[in-house]
Design a protein around this ligand. Structure first.
Ligand code: IMP
Ligand code: MG
Length: 175
């Protein structure tokens, strides 16, 4: 079991929940009609997806896609791979990609490319966290929970080598 002594709370659980309610209200207002499909990027966004989808007070489908870009390291390998595809078509749908954190932007650049070939009506991005200082590809986050500095974070779905996902706060993992 990993030690917990090197964790520092960056965004506490109550602040996460408060911000997600704001995002959900804004999203429900921005997507007035037509099919809305929330696409959760596994595994990191699973908790954000669960809370955000309940904060969006309108009909929406929930889909899940698996993407792997990191091994057991703290920085991107630069390689992106589809590990699980969507179960249904997104043709004609307004798609909201639900991501845990945008770092270099490599993962989302790849995913947006894959999804746009399936002829959705629109694609927007909701990310709980954004580290804009690390960006290598131009990705615009339409709905951002929190901008954070260049620190490695875990909890609320985010992992380090598959650990810490079930923490309720977002914490900095210090060396
Ligand atoms: P990008 O392709 O560099 O934008 O990386 C995005 C993915 O890297 C995210 O979906 C996360 O899975 C992972 N990632 C980036 N930064 C962190 C972090 O600070 N903690 C945990 N995972 C991270
Ligand atoms: Mg991720």
């Amino acid at each position: 079991m990993p030690a917990k002594t090197n964790l520092r709370v960056l965004v506490p659980a109550d602040q996460i929940q408060k911000r997600i309610l704001e995002l959900g209200t804004q999203i429900a207002r921005d997507f007035p009609e037509g099919p809305l499909c929330l696409v959760c990027i596994l595994k990191g966004a699973f908790m954000f997806m669960a809370d955000l989808s309940r904060a969006i007070d309108r009909h929406a489908r929930c889909e899940f896609i698996g993407i792997s870009s990191y091994g057991k390291e703290k920085s991107s390998s630069g390689e992106v791979r589809l590990t699980k595809d969507l179960d249904s078509s997104i043709e004609g749908a307004n798609v909201l990609v639900v991501e845990d954190i945008v770092d270099t932007g490599i993962t989302l650049t790849y995913l947006i490319h894959v999804l746009s070939q399936r002829r959705p009506r629109s694609i927007r991005i909701a990310a709980l966290l954004d580290k804009p200082s690390r960006r290598m590809r131009p990705i615009k986050v339409d709905y951002c929970g929190f901008e954070i500095p260049d620190e490695f974070v875990v909890g609320y779905g985010l992992d380090y080598a598959e650990d810490y996902r079930n923490l309720k706060d977002i914490c900095v993992l210090e060396d």
